[in-house]
Ligand binder design. Sequence first.
Ligand code: ADP
Ligand code: MG
Length: 362
Amino acid sequence: MSAAYPDLKIQRRLFVVINPHGGPGKAASLFKRKVEPILKAARCTYKVVSTEYHGHASKVASEIALDDFDAVVTVSGDGTLHELINGFSKHKHPMKAFRMPIAPIPAGSGNATSLNLLGTKDGLDVASATLNAVKGRPMAIDLLSILQSGKRTFSFLSQCVGLMADLDLGTEHLRWMGSNRFVYGYLRGVMSRKAYPFAISIKTGMSQKGAMVDALQEYNNSAPHYDVPRVEEESTTDLPPLKYVDEHDGWTSLDGPILFMYAGKGPLVSPELMQFPVAVPNDGMVDLVIQGRLSRSEMLKGFDGAEKGSIYWQDKAQYFKASAYRLKPLLKDGNLSIDGERFPFEEYYAEVHRGLATVLSM
Ligand code: ADP
Ligand code: MG
């Protein structure tokens, strides 16, 4: 193990964040029944915080005593991880905070992080995820800076507008359905076939599908990925600079009505949907899908093979790997989802930072 990752102790000291509001609201009882017994058997010590309001996880992460814990465990969905990452960015020593490994335990309606770390078979299994918290090894993951009206936030998972944002943010009132609310939301989108005008401009690394498959294969053959190049760290207190924010030349520009734009860092966004088949957690790129308008029957066919990434092969979907991009809505109302959380429906700039944050992986 490199010096960047001091050996984790066998008896881990864990900081557990439970979101009792996540998904169908079962996180607290899941923790008691399925997580705690494993932590005890593994002789971990742990401090538990149950989030009491939106933003609580962020506050807790911004104040965490970094030397007192080996990892932060979340019992929640992806939204709580988003809060943690942003809390770390506001820590007195953000660059040190970003090295705190995070281990997600799936208890929300969106549990993409856990699915990507453990695979479709075990990704929603609480015991497997707890095992990862107890014995997983730190792995660097990319983060994106999101710059919107001068305000900078961090995204670790996804950004989307159009149908794929509507089906999440527009179904918040159906939390009791678990992840079925996303399927319901998609079907609603099939009925309306609503297309949105956006101006999108991309600093592309790659847009040739063959080249992306080759790059993915190379990545898969070059395991292990525990020690990937990270953002250069000048001090523990400075966030990484934005490298391309003033750059425009040579970017690929697209505009016109589209069904959705979806950008993401992990292949799976739900057990039924591999949206980004060639996504890599730490290649310094974000995968971007721009889906043009489809007929209703084409949209329904989208279910076929969706879990294996069929969208990647569709002609009407454009797929890019980008190191930065800009997106501007050309209409007033809509949903912008960043890591499944609601953001103002306004222009933003996004840039990837390679290996900035850390998760546990088995
Ligand atoms: P899900 O996958 O179901 O969306 P998340 O973990 O992503 O679950 O959390 C959803 C939202 O719940 C987050 O925006 C988080 O800030 C919010 N939240 C956390 N604790 C509470 C609480 N006690 N009451 C209301 N909202 C909360
Ligand atoms: Mg969420």
